[in-house]
Design a protein around this ligand. Sequence first.
Ligand SMILES: Cc1cc2nc3c(=O)[nH]c(=O)nc-3n(C[C@H](O)[C@H](O)[C@H](O)COP(=O)(O)OP(=O)(O)OC[C@H]3O[C@@H](n4cnc5c(N)ncnc54)[C@H](O)[C@@H]3O)c2cc1C
Length: 272
Amino acid sequence: MNRFEIDQQAMTQAARFRRFSVIDKRHENGIICSFLLKPEDPDDWCTFQAGQFLSLKIRRGEDRPILRNYSVSSDPATVGTYRITVKRENAPRPNVPDGLGSSYLHDEVQIGSSLEITGPRGHFYLDETSNRPLLLLSGGVGLTPMVSMLHVAARQKDRPIWFIHACRDGAAHALADEVQAVAATNPNITCHTVYQNPTNEDRLAARFQSEGFIDRACLKALLPPADYECYLCGPPPFMQAVYDMLRGLDIPNENIAYEFFGPATVLDKKSA
Ligand SMILES: Cc1cc2nc3c(=O)[nH]c(=O)nc-3n(C[C@H](O)[C@H](O)[C@H](O)COP(=O)(O)OP(=O)(O)OC[C@H]3O[C@@H](n4cnc5c(N)ncnc54)[C@H](O)[C@@H]3O)c2cc1C
């Protein structure tokens, strides 16, 4: 089979729901949990591009099934399993339910549970053929596709890479050890972590490099002028702010790819 036929087969395979078992469940912190998924039929695993997502059909009791998307956070080179990393979306106020899909995954799904998934799919994925300086920028649980991309990019030995992540504090910081371990494999990777409200413990452990929000001065100091390829994922206000900063640093719109975890929107207001 040639590459085109392999890709076609993977797309056909990915388009239908298949059953996967949860073979590991790991609490990354108090709000984020990772699930390692393995197909019940080994032939149901398909290759994927770093950045793509799975769709889960979630059946909660007698209710109608709901569909939720989760980016694959694992390395595409790890054949046979997918990892997803899910933030529990708690109710924003009393008398409102917690997020249906994420609370089900956190509270009900255990090692041995069976889930129905389609994918991986999606157009937000790392261009592995490019060797341009790479900027992976994430906020909160938006780091999930970036971690997968980092694994792949780290194998491109002559590509400068910046992995910039913003989150509330050390207790909300997921996959930090994994990111450090990948970064240690390649001297061209610069990691920069921004905590909005670091705790004393975070300060003592030197878990972050900047405090507050990512701002233009921080990006300007970190990023020498270059023809960057940028990937963004995070909450909408973060995305808009960071997109505007990158544009302010003369990075063209076409060099900035982004994924929304909620309803999609356009960050370039001029083209909207
Ligand atoms: C391409 C893509 C990739 C994604 N990847 C990831 C990922 O890797 N990790 C991840 O964690 N998420 C990811 N998401 C987001 C994920 O798909 C879900 O949207 C998220 O988990 C929330 O779903 P939920 O069912 O838990 O919440 P929902 O049930 O959709 O509720 C959302 C929020 O609304 C609140 N709410 C419910 N009812 C009301 C009401 N009446 N009034 C006010 N508020 C209310 C809930 O408490 C909750 O906080 C991704 C999304 C997309 C599109």
